[in-house]
Design a protein around this ligand. Structure first.
Ligand code: FE2
Ligand code: FE2
Length: 297
């Protein structure tokens, strides 16, 4: 048995530790993403990476069997999900997950202070964090294009849901910080399951399988850092609330994306979220990501 390098993400932290970790994360995030292009909601290193992928495209050896099934169900599930093949379910599920993210960040971008008006380190961190999320949305779009789906449109949610997403970042920290943290954790759980599914469904498509993994890794490495960063906003009571929120949050969110329940064991995903401690992540991800000091053994 190897000794665990890391501790639960729900590990306690003092006020002083959290302050130091914000400073440390801010150093990390600036070199990780490179220059912020605020007008484009983009970051220099991320932009270059996406450019590389676009300039060196890979294609499926065998095009998707039934792209119409994707286009029929990607915005809203019209067929019985049980009637769809796993590849289609995986792709429509990815679109839906990314669409939720995209709606959330569009709402937040206009509400939180821009860099010129960010005076606290937490505000600066949040601005770069959102720019990274826009990069994730572009990476997801590239994953779907890699599978030959180049007619996708990014469609807003209905106005009520869009409004709810816009209100969320206006809430005071003590209400907003716990759900924001659990949402990041849910992202990492989903990405880890998705990564394994690529091996499962794309065994005969090694080029596309490896490319999708590379694209997803770019996202997951950021999200692992976001998990620690968002955890760092939270004090002792909030940490108890967060752990308690994992189950209802995962359940609610994944209920809205029926593909997830078809492809994955949501009960196990919840357990993985509650037990999350960074130890299952591969070393190459850990090296490029960020973990709070108080989660290191
Ligand atoms: Fe993200
Ligand atoms: Fe994130």
């Amino acid at each position: 048995m190897r000794t665990a390098k890391f501790l639960s993400v729900f590990s306690p932290a003092t006020e002083e530790q959290r302050k130091e970790n914000f400073e440390n994360y801010w150093e990390f995030t600036q070199q990780h993403g490179g220059q912020l292009f605020e007008d484009d909601k983009d970051l220099a290193k991320k932009r270059a990476r996406l450019r590389y992928f676009k300039d060196n495209p890979v294609k499926l050896r065998q095009p998707l069997a039934d792209p119409d099934a994707f286009y029929r169900n990607y915005i809203k599930m019209k067929d019985d999900p049980k009637s769809l093949d796993r590849m289609t379910l995986m792709l429509t599920g990815m679109y839906k997950f990314a669409r939720h993210e995209w709606v959330g960040i569009k709402g937040a971008w206009n509400v939180i202070p821009d860099m010129a008006n960010s005076h606290k380190v937490q505000d600066k961190i949040s601005r770069v964090h959102l720019a990274e999320e826009f990069c994730h949305w572009r990476l997801f779009d590239e994953m779907l294009r890699t599978c030959g789906l180049d007619k996708i449109e990014w469609v807003p949610l209905d106005p009520v849901k869009e409004w709810i997403y816009e209100q969320f970042p206006k809430f005071p920290g003590f209400l907003m910080d716990t759900p924001a943290f659990v949402t990041e954790l849910m992202g990492v759980t989903y990405y880890c399951y998705l990564h394994r599914l690529f091996d499962d469904l794309l065994a005969d498509e090694p080029e596309v399988r490896d490319r999708l993994k590379e694209l997803l890794d770019e996202i997951t490495i950021d999200e692992v850092a976001h998990v620690g960063q968002r955890r760092n906003f939270i004090g002792p009571i909030g940490m108890k609330v967060s752990k308690w929120l994992v189950k209802p949050f995962y359940t609610l969110f994944f209920n809205d994306i029926p593909e997830v329940g078809q492809l994955f064991d949501v009960k196990q995903m919840i357990k993985d979220g509650e037990a999350f401690d960074f130890n299952e992540l591969p070393d190459y991800m850990i090296k490029r990501s960020w973990i709070p000091s108080y989660c290191k053994a």
